[in-house]
Structure formats: structure tokens, C-alpha cells
Design a protein around this ligand. Sequence first.
Ligand code: DQA
Length: 163
Amino acid sequence: MRTVLVLNGPNLNLLGSREPGIYGSATLADVERMCHEEAGGLGLKADFRQSNHEGQLIDWIQEAGLEWTAGRLLGAVLNPGALTHTSLALFDAITATGLPVVELHISNVHAREEVRRHSFVSPAARGIVIGFGVAGYPLAIRGLYDAVRYDEALPTSAIESGS
Ligand code: DQA
């Protein structure tokens, strides 16, 4: 059974109490349950994590790259929190490993402050889910699953050339 990694960055441990008008009232534990349920329905196992530390997220992405190369990991759903808007290192970790990543934001970052419109992660992402609240997590898992199956069905040359 392949695993899908779900990574959450800074302050997402505060979901439920953090600005509920923007992020809703579900807690991170609720989100974790949703992810296990969605992954289970697709025949996957969810590995759900949160850290407030950039380096920890990078270490996890590097480890995930090895698991992905070994064929044990499908890819990752990543909500980088505010690191989205600041971290070239997260971009580098994703591109260095080749790990398929779906970037996820609970809120519609494009409808908020200007600074949230730029993402360092987006150019390295296989897909992006934005603005569906915590319902975006199962959507992102499903999207990652479909995208990876699509990629795996293509001849290698088509993936490398991006066509
Ligand atoms: C967020 C959006 C970011 O701008 C913010 O810093 C977060 C959460 C979201 O899920 O909507 O921490 O990634």
C-alpha cells in the first residue's frame, strides 16, 4: 500500500482557534481524520504531519523524496503556511527531490493581502488547491492520486519534455 504524505507548516497546529473567519472551526485533528478517510478510500495510507520549523519540513521533503524514488510514496500534499511566501528553500527541496507535490491553501490567498499572492512553492508544484477551506485536503489527495496515475501512464519521454 502506497503512502501519501500530508505536510502542514507554521501555525496550522492552531487550526480551529486561529482566525476562524478565515480558516474555519475544524481543528488539525479533524483535518487529519479527513485525510485518513480520503486516503483509505483510494487504497492509500496517509502520513500526516505538522511543524512550525522550515528545516523540519525540508528534512521531511528530502526523506519523502527517497521514499518516492523507492516507490513507497505517492507524493505529498503541502500546506506550507506563511513559508509559501518566503521560502526558496522549500522550492529547492521539492525540485531537488522531484517529489510530486500538491500545494494547498485553506483560504483563498489571492483574495487576501498582496504579499500572499506570491508563492515560492507553486512553480515546483504538480497542482494547487486554494480556497476550499479544509475540504481542500481530501480534494488535494484525490488530485495528487489522479495526477500521479496520469503521469505514470505516460511514456517517460513525454514526462521529461513536459508535453
Ligand atoms: C495558508 C495561507 C498562508 O498565507 C498563511 O500564512 C497560512 C495558511 C492557508 O492555508 O490558507 O498560514 O497557507
